[in-house]
Design a protein around this ligand. Structure first.
Ligand SMILES: [Mn+2]
Length: 371
């Protein structure tokens, strides 16, 4: 039996640009999550930790960061195996030349495509040595005759994903084809398992240990994998390690009071001090809701680690005539008032809708003229 942690894509040293002053906190959180991951592996008696590429954002990251990561890994009770990925490939001058990797007795940076025989398993690693390639990194693996549990480590794009280039392409049946019990891979930040012809999961992206950006799904985890015997189905447990939560909300407002539910939605975000929230509003802003909009702006600025309100796509509702009063007296203002009356009181619904659209067009052209 073997029990191990599979993780990848830590992207340490990533810029987290676009987050202003918060980007440092976001980078620091990624280090904290490594600590949590190491503790978790120790608590669960994992024998190995397999890190399948892109630990670092690139090979030019701060040397001190490389040392910190190496030292954190030394706290793991088992053995650590690292295969470089396309962000941190094994090239001259890479992060893998840092002395910390030699200092850590439990950590091995794998430098060749060659099987590593351990007590309970054999590892088939594929360290990447370039940033891009159209070759299949696992094609050299032939584990059919392996007598112990056979585990592959690789990094690339699983073939057949929509709109994805064949960058280090890994066939979906690579584990079966190579005779591997499990093939742990990296490159995609979301946990994604792949079943073989018999419905058994033998290939998986662990995903990143800490979510890297808005819109990333199924991330912030590591995998605890257990395999009973050679040929047995792996049992995979997805364990959360991430500290930050990223919320990208889009709401279209259609009726007065709609912002109240947005406020309560913001209240329901747990651990707001570790939450990053991006709120995009569109639709109609009613005069009675303007104060709520202001409150939302304040909440986003104060309650969360990071908050951003995007309200450019909001237009005033027909009931809100304050902007019409700001138009210069004359034909334009008269036309606007006339359309507004139609938008609110025309007996046929379709006429009201057409008039509302016309009013919004008018508002938009006024805003554009003003800016
Ligand atoms: Mn990658």
């Amino acid at each position: 039996m073997i029990r191990f942690i599979h993780t990848a894509d830590w992207q340490m040293g990533m810029k987290a640009s676009g987050l202003g002053q918060v980007s440092k906190a976001v980078r620091d959180a990624r280090l904290d999550s490594i600590k949590r991951l190491v503790e978790l592996g120790n608590d669960r008696d994992a024998e190995l930790m397999l890190i399948t590429g892109d630990i670092f954002e690139d090979n030019a990251v701060d040397r001190l960061l490389v040392r910190k990561v190496g030292q954190l890994l030394a706290g793991f009770n088992g053995k650590v195996f690292i295969t470089p990925g396309n962000h941190d490939p094994l090239v001259p001058g890479s992060v893998w030349e840092h002395p910390v990797w030699e200092e850590s007795a439990n950590t091995t940076v794998v430098r060749e495509n060659s099987p590593i025989e351990l007590e309970h398993c054999t590892i088939y690693p594929t360290p990447l040595k370039e940033k891009y390639s159209t070759r299949n990194p696992v094609s050299w693996i032939q584990a059919q005759d392996c007598s112990t549990i056979a585990i592959g480590m690789s990094h690339g794009n699983v073939e057949g994903l929509p709109d994805v280039e064949p960058d280090f392409p890994i066939p979906q049946d690579a584990a079966e084809r190579a005779g591997l019990d499990y093939l742990g891979i990296g490159h995609w930040h979301s946990y994604s398992p792949y079943k073989d012809g018999k419905g058994v999961i033998r290939i998986a992206y662990s995903g990143t240990h800490e979510t890297t950006k808005f819109g990333e799904r199924e991330s912030g985890n590591v995998l605890l994998v257990e395999i009973a015997d050679r040929g047995a189905a792996p049992s995979i447990e997805v364990l959360p390690t991430g500290k930050l939560s990223w919320h990208s909300l889009e709401r279209s407002l259609e009726s007065p009071g709609a912002l109240k539910s947005v406020i309560s939605e913001l209240s329901s975000i747990i651990s707001p001090e570790n939450a990053l929230v991006r709120l995009r509003l569109s639709g109609l802003l009613f005069a009675s809701d303007r104060e709520d909009l202001e409150s939302i702006g304040e909440i986003l600025q104060t309650r969360f680690l990071f908050g951003k309100l995007m309200a450019d796509a909001l237009s005033p509702a027909p009931e809100d005539d304050t902007w019409i009063e700001e138009l210069p007296v004359g034909a334009l203002r008269e036309a606007a008032e006339h359309i507004r009356q139609k938008a609110m009181h025309a007996p046929v619904e379709r006429d009201r809708a057409v008039a509302t659209r016309a009013l919004l067009e008018l508002f938009d052209s006024k805003e554009k003229a003003a800016s």
